[in-house]
Design a protein around this ligand. Structure first.
Ligand code: SAH
Length: 397
């Protein structure tokens, strides 16, 4: 018999709307015993069962829902089914079906809170960030191997989120063995090596795939500036799209070395048009401005400045600053692709920040397209928090 979480009166409302998080402040009491990651039945104040959830005793998000049907058994078969459904959803979308680099499981939005799984060719990389996900590791991994037929699976559970759950980092090969040589995927015809062991996230920013294609389409004949370039994803697509010059900036030397190596994997791209600079974007953009440089197309894809709501003020200033500098470097009629991947900064706030930056730079800017994560990073309508990546394509007078 699983333990029961009883909610305070009224706190069942978000559950009824199928939001999967139960905060510590919503909980009246725990009836019975539950340890880290155990499955509990969540009940309203009258004891009516509403959901099955994973218990996280150390986290402010005290439980995460596995199923809104309290009668569904949470067992191996449950995870096998959920994983297979997520994989099938990707296969059903033509733009995703043929991708070598693909997010297979996008946590809450695929009904699996705390579970991220990405596929790079024949290799799956899984990241477990919650106590419940950690508990069901074996079932999730078995489900992924079965649903994909992949040769190997690496666990990359080293996110700092795990500490909030009382979990230690866990990394290593869980199925198959390390491949000979590096893992290389092709994205829109460009080869990219993916460092699944030491790279960011699971090694690559798959969420920007569709936006990288858009950049390629916009780059012909343009002088492109790619800020926060990481391993060169946007930079190489700009070159593939016919940019005349691509200046890429990142503060991470290892990321830039990867970027240069990625360019070398693509002999069809004109390496003489690429310039890589290891620098702080904020300082470098000021120097470019002082030197009188301008660009026709600027990409701003900074790291998560606001990892949580507590950082929104400082993060807003950082987003404003970088956008202001970007506007100042853009030639008249230029395009700016600007992003925020901070969950705490919503679409409206982001637009306000960018509008403030344009105003201060004395530029008139028009949104020609709203941008978001690729289709393998879906957003469950009941879980708006899933919309962490937002962007604007601006045409600037
Ligand atoms: N656009 C990339 C992902 C960007 S991730 C892609 O599509 O693959 C953010 C990057 O910003 C990281 O590579 C990190 O090293 C870099 N970074 C963080 N702060 C920085 C700063 N102040 N100046 C320059 N680069 C920075």
């Amino acid at each position: 018999m699983s333990a029961t979480l009883i909610l305070h009166p009224g706190k069942e409302r978000s559950l009824i709307k199928r939001h999967p998080w139960i905060f510590d402040t919503s909980l009246a009491r725990l009836v019975g015993q539950a340890r880290l990651g155990d499955t509990v039945t969540v009940c309203d104040t009258h004891g009516k069962p509403l959901a099955k959830a994973a218990y996280s005793p150390h986290s402010k998000i005290r439980a995460r829902v596995w199923s809104f049907d309290p009668d569904v058994p949470i067992d191996h078969a449950f995870f096998k089914r959920r994983v297979a459904e997520a994989v099938r959803r990707r296969a059903a979308l033509p733009e995703l079906a043929t991708q070598q680099g693909l997010r297979l499981i996008h946590a809450e939005s695929d009904g699996l809170p705390g579970v991220i799984a990405d596929r790079y060719g024949d290799t799956v990389v899984v990241q477990l960030t919650s106590a419940g996900a950690d508990k069901w590791r074996d079932a999730i991994i078995a489900g992924l191997i079965q649903a994909t037929g992949c040769a190997r699976l690496f666990e990359r559970s080293d996110s700092e989120l795990r500490a909030l759950e009382g979990l230690e980092p866990a990394t290593g090969w869980r199925f198959g063995a390390a491949p000979e040589g590096e893992i290389v995927i092709e994205e829109h015809g460009v080869k990219m090596a993916v460092d699944i062991v030491a790279g960011h996230k699971t090694g690559f920013y798959l969420d920007q795939r569709a936006n990288r294609r858009l950049l390629a389409e916009l780059s012909h004949g343009k002088r492109v500036l790619n800020c926060f370039c990481y391993t060169g994803g946007f930079s190489l697509q700009a070159l593939a799209g016919g940019a005349t010059r691509v200046l890429s900036i990142d503060s991470s030397q290892p990321a830039l070395e990867r970027a240069v190596a990625n360019l070398a994997l693509n002999p069809g791209l004109d390496a003489s048009r690429a310039v890589w600079r290891c620098a702080n974007v904020f300082e470098e953009l000021r120097q470019l401005k002082a030197a009188g440089e301008t660009f026709d197309l600027i990409v701003l894809d900074p790291p998560k400045f606001a990892p949580s709501a507590a950082h929104i003020g400082r993060a807003s200033r950082a987003y404003k600053d970088v956008n202001l500098l970007g506007f100042k470097l853009l030639a008249p009629g230029g395009l700016m692709m600007t992003y925020s991947c901070s969950g705490g900064i919503g679409v409206e706030l982001f637009q306000k920040i960018v509008a403030g930056a344009a105003l201060d730079a004395g530029r008139t800017a028009r949104i020609v397209k709203r941008l978001q994560g690729a289709a393998d990073h879906p957003i469950d309508l009941a879980f708006p928090e899933g919309e962490y990546l937002k962007g604007l394509l601006l045409q600037v007078d």
